[in-house]
Design a protein around this ligand. Structure first.
Ligand SMILES: [Cu+2]
Length: 110
């Protein structure tokens, strides 16, 4: 996926923007996903899931798919535990009506 903060097209007529409550570092960071349709009308009818881990230590820290929770403001939120320095990856899946709408990954180093 492009860097956090960019508009990411996730299908015909929809885009999302993702980011973090702080620059990812050791500890817990909250990942935030906002989904919009058309010209920027927020859409909260999706399901968002995230799996995280270290590509260089496949299987060591994988969380498996976990569901983002919808906040009162309509953002999808998921806490992610960064437990050691190194290469990290977050795999994002966005579903609508139970069908995969978008899949992407974000890689970063701590
Ligand atoms: Cu590790």
């Amino acid at each position: 996926m492009p860097e956090p903060g960019a508009n990411v097209q996730i299908g015909s007529g929809y885009y999302m923007v993702y980011g973090f409550d702080k620059k990812p570092k050791l500890g817990t960071v909250i990942m935030k996903v906002d989904i919009f349709k058309g010209e920027g009308e927020r859409d909260t009818s999706f399901q968002v899931k995230g799996d995280s881990g270290m590509p260089s230590m496949r299987g060591a820290h994988e969380t498996g798919d976990r569901a983002f929770q919808l906040s009162r403001k309509g953002s999808y939120l998921l806490p992610i535990d960064i437990v050691m320095p190194g290469d990290w990856e977050i795999r994002l899946t966005i579903l609508k009506d139970g069908k995969v709408f978008f899949g992407g990954r974000y890689n970063f180093d701590i």
